[in-house]
Design a protein around this ligand. Sequence first.
Ligand SMILES: Cc1cc2nc3c(=O)[nH]c(=O)nc-3n(C[C@H](O)[C@H](O)[C@H](O)COP(=O)(O)OP(=O)(O)OC[C@H]3O[C@@H](n4cnc5c(N)ncnc54)[C@H](O)[C@@H]3O)c2cc1C
Length: 483
Amino acid sequence: MNDYKNEINLLNLKSKPIFDIEDHLKYIKDWREQYIGDAIAILRPHNKYEVSKILKFANDNEISIVPQGGNTSLCGGATPLKNSYSLIISTEKMNKIISIDKESLTITSEPGAILSIIHKEVEKKGLFFPLTLGAKGSCTIGGNLSTNAGGINVLKYGNARDLCLGLEIVLPNGDIMDLLKILKKDNTGYDLKNIFIGAEGTLGIITAATMKLFPKPKLSVTCFVEARTIKNAIMLLNIFQDELKSELEAFELMPDVFWEVAANNSDNLSLPFNKIPQMGVLLELASTSTNDSVLNNEGTTFLNEKLEHILSKALDKKLIDNAIICKNELERNKLWEIRENAAENEKKELSKSNAKKCLKHDISLPISNIEQFHKEAQKMISNKIKNTRTIFFGHLGDGNLHYNIFGNGKGDDGFENQSKIITENLYQIIEKLNGSFSAEHGIGQLKRNNLKHFKDPVAYDMMKNLKNMIDPKNTMNPGKILI
Ligand SMILES: Cc1cc2nc3c(=O)[nH]c(=O)nc-3n(C[C@H](O)[C@H](O)[C@H](O)COP(=O)(O)OP(=O)(O)OC[C@H]3O[C@@H](n4cnc5c(N)ncnc54)[C@H](O)[C@@H]3O)c2cc1C
């Protein structure tokens, strides 16, 4: 089989192609180490013209392209298929912030810009970019847009799609499409950029993006509370939504099972209370108003007062048993670190346990149906097999739970060979309760069959037709999203 080494070298790219298989490992394996694929080479273009040259070459020769940003996908989206004839296009050399416009409140950057670097650069200008998630130190804005990432601030600011104003995309045939506007209003026909957001690299490569920025909050107040049930936590959420205009930024569910995993896998974890919290919620209020942040005579702020007022109401209604308000940045960072280490800690827990496998589910439901979902799901799982453990946590304010089931280690799959049916049944419960089996991580390789099964068939066909029209040779990230 032609390895195309000469032809690739003739592309004359600024960074040398990586042909040596030993140097491929970091690119061909996914973050969870569930998938490992093969690539002819790893290419690291420096600009859109190099991307265009590579895509045209791949299209002419029918070679698969796998775009890759930080490689933090949790569903094998950025991993090539096994025995595939692929080129991985890493955006690691396209990591520049092109401009920050303080008046228009926008940032334009290359796709490989790391999310936490964007946060820092924007903050230096007194501004705020709200998209944030546990993988912020490695994931890239191109990957965030391609997965329509969510994270902890969706409640107030929306997901990556809601934050995006413009894109530049290189299409599978090498054409460069310029949709890089910083406009809030632009009704010029179909909104093409939205087709590429959440497309997981199956339609083209994002080579630049313009995103919305916000004034940096003058004050943030972080609080951890203990509710007894999911229902109580939701009633607390409703009080916040009732009493506040827009100050609630995050509302994260961290129940006892979450804390047990955190405690097992962190050095010197300090619990917010003197025991594992039952149905913990980490929440944050933020305000850009000077009134909210000025200290009053009692040495507290108006924003703190608003929070304390809501908490005392919740205590009176017996919705919560305990609450602490962080006194400083250190306390706040400690709590957020515990929340953001969830995926990492779970990975460690699995490697220590005899569970063999963990079934990961990234689901969303109407908030009013979450409690019922949890009850039905637990009943279904215990009817199938005994001695499993469900680690659940997530963005309760968005109705998004990570619902991960550790098996009992029996059978080939660690689930007495019932793992497939458990996930299927779980997704059926979600479908019945008007939820989605894929909330924020994407479809990748992991959920292709589920997408075909659960998506409306007319919509699924339209997705296939669209893919066929934009990428008739199916060179862009084949084997992802669609079957
Ligand atoms: C610890 C941890 C915590 C996480 N928490 C969250 C969370 O809270 N919320 C959330 O939504 N996700 C979360 N994720 C999942 C993941 O981080 C996000 O999906 C992230 O947006 C992926 O960015 P990336 O740069 O790593 O993309 P990659 O993993 O490299 O790629 C993801 C997908 O996008 C495609 N792609 C990448 N760059 C481009 C480009 N320039 N053009 C076209 N296609 C491209 C790839 O082909 C692939 O299909 C988490 C992951 C980890 C490891």
